[in-house]
Design a protein around this ligand. Structure first.
Ligand SMILES: Cc1cc2nc3c(=O)[nH]c(=O)nc-3n(C[C@H](O)[C@H](O)[C@H](O)COP(=O)(O)OP(=O)(O)OC[C@H]3O[C@@H](n4cnc5c(N)ncnc54)[C@H](O)[C@@H]3O)c2cc1C
Length: 533
């Protein structure tokens, strides 16, 4: 017998389950199929303020209170870690880490280290609660797009048969539809080249305890209470503890090593051995991991970067992780996932209402997806070049914070506008979408740093040029820019008001026009309202 649905989602990760929840809540008959079953190990754990704000916005927009990050944080408090800051410790081959070669951004305390197996299970149950049908351990054997232009037929290896009007591919890297329609760009146009080795570990020491105490390194935040990155020429590492607050019952720490895949091509060495051999060249990193043990198999990948020719076709679209991926350095994966889920959900709801799933209705997604992927690529590509030299990295940290914070404030303001009844404002927004000056700034910065890679500019000269660029850029108030002299950034509760004040009195007319007269008093009132939630 064939089960009939309006929308079939392939993949029950964070993207598939949030989309399934939104559609089911809106009475769309939705099926979510996954080849595996929950709970399962998944990567993509560290949030950024944009991600949290985007999830909160989706929760408001589609009226799903259980999706609000505050609710998720409470429910999963014991297994998730806290992320109060993001730190970058720079290392030289064979030398102890130098305490004055660290940069840090302090956040407002709302960010999390998601323990994905618990989060994804929670989201799956939420989708079921709202009425989505879920098939786990369901291997797809066939997908047919009927020539009548209306139905999609899916068969499973167990002999089940499903039909739907529209299919969303949320199956991630191994995207079912990218394979079926040969959508991958070969080779990818992305400029970043990294591969990764990752796992969850026990007994990872706190960097402060084994290298420099907070008193010695002098950064405002404690590394253990945030996401710590170790940087070195040719790659970087993430350290994402889940056991970093008093209510945690999860002793694990997520660990990943990214290497330039051109300089360090994949080898036959078992990943655990490769990891320890590699970090033993950096004494302070080794010190942090010398007692650590993995609790699951290491995963070692080939080049991480992939991209697709398009994300939309006749009766289907991909979600962002199925479409492409760069590298997790700036934790932008989930932010892009949330932006795309919001757009796709809205387009599907409109298509269901009009009973019209024409490809042309979804075409705008192609521009959004490629913009998100390419801008993240530029940020990471520039960062990897900057890892040749600490001063160059420090300046690139300042560059990274401009688009990071501008897009955050854009989203935060759109969310406040939504509170005032302007639904479109939040619906239309996504990272790097509006303010052309941000894209222009980033392109200029990449142009400078690219010359270091080509050997036509020294790291010192590129650093000076980038510093000048940062001095000239008028996209954020001075107080919200990364301080090159302090090597850190400290957010504060009134940052939003500071931003709006600057917007009204000090920003350029080009920038001001994007915010349509958003006034300090109104912001203050709306912020109070949001804080009451
Ligand atoms: C190494 C690494 C580190 C990352 N770190 C971060 C980070 O710190 N912060 C961040 O924001 N982002 C990070 N990301 C990105 C993040 O993982 C993704 O944005 C996020 O997981 C996307 O969610 P998703 O649901 O689209 O895909 P996934 O989480 O990949 O889920 C895909 C689902 O599809 C299922 N599936 C696969 N094949 C099939 C099939 N044939 N049929 C049916 N189902 C199938 C899988 O079982 C899975 O449940 C990282 C990514 C990588 C690769």
């Amino acid at each position: 017998m064939q089960e009939k649905y309006q929308v079939i989602i392939l993949g029950s990760g964070m993207a598939g389950t949030i989309l399934g929840t939104i559609l089911a809540k809106n009475k769309v008959k939705v099926l979510i199929i996954d080849k595996g079953s929950h709970p399962k190990f998944t990567i993509g754990e560290s949030t950024i303020p944009y991600t949290t704000q985007a999830i909160a916005g989706i929760s408001d927009l589609f009226d799903i209170p259980e999706l609000h990050p505050g609710v998720i944080g409470q429910k999963l408090e014991r297994s998730c870690g806290v992320k109060k800051n993001v730190s970058f410790a720079y290392h030289h081959l064979g030398q102890e880490q130098q305490k004055d070669q660290i940069t840090q951004a302090n956040l407002d305390g709302a960010e999390l280290h998601f323990f994905r197996q618990d989060l994804d299970s929670y989201l799956l149950h939420l989708a079921i609660h709202y009425g989505a049908v879920v098939k786990q351990n369901c291997q797809i054997s066939d997908i047919e797009f009927d020539s009548n232009g209306k139905d999609v037929f899916i068969a499973s290896e167990k002999g089940e048969k499903f039909s739907g009007l529209y299919v969303v591919d949320a199956s991630g890297y191994s995207s079912v539809l990218a394979k079926k329609f040969d959508l991958r760009e070969k080779p990818t146009h992305l400029k970043t080249h990294t591969r990764t080795l990752f796992t969850h570990m026990l007994d990872v020491s706190q960097f402060e305890a084994c290298v420099h105490s907070q008193k010695v390194h002098g950064m405002p935040g404690n590394f253990h209470e945030g996401t710590l990155h170790h940087l070195f020429d040719g790659g970087w590492m993430w350290v994402i503890p889940f056991n970093n607050h008093k209510n945690s019952t999860n002793p694990l720490c997520s660990v990943g090593l990214q290497l330039d895949s051109r300089r360090f091509p994949k080898t036959d060495i078992p990943p655990e051995q490769e990891f320890f051999e590699f970090i033993s060249q950096y004494p302070s990193i080794y010190e942090q991991f010398k007692n650590a043990k993995s609790v699951r198999e290491w995963i070692s990948t080939d080049r991480l970067q992939y991209s697709s020719k398009k994300c939309v076709g006749d009766r289907y679209c991909l979600l962002h992780h199925s479409y492409g991926f760069v590298d997790p350095l700036f934790s932008r994966g989930l932010a892009s996932t949330c932006d795309c889920v919001k757009h796709v959900a809205q387009l599907i709801l409109e298509a269901v209402k009009d009973n019209d799933f024409s490809e042309s209705r979804f075409e705008e997604l192609n521009e959004i997806y490629s913009r998100l992927l390419d801008l993240n690529d530029e940020l990471v590509y520039g960062a990897l070049i900057s890892f040749k030299d600490f001063e160059l990295w420090k300046t690139w940290h300042g560059v990274w914070q401009i688009p990071e914070f501008v897009s955050f404030f854009e989203l935060a303001i759109a969310r406040l506008k939504f509170k005032e009844g302007d639904r479109e404002a939040f619906l239309k927004i996504d990272q790097f979408g509006n303010i052309k000056e941000v894209n222009y700034f980033l392109k200029q910065a990449v142009k400078e740093i690219e010359q270091v890679e080509k050997g036509t500019l020294s790291p010192e000269a590129a650093q000076k040029n980038l510093e000048n660029l940062l001095e000239q850029v008028n996209l954020l108030p001075e107080g919200l820019k990364f301080s090159l002299s302090k090597r850190s950034f400290q957010t504060r509760w009134w940052a939003m008001l500071e931003f709006v004040h600057w917007l009204n009195f000090k920003s350029s007319p080009e920038v001001k026009q994007y915010y349509e007269g958003f006034k300090p008093m109104k912001t203050y009132q709306l912020l109070k309202e949001v804080a009451k939630r």
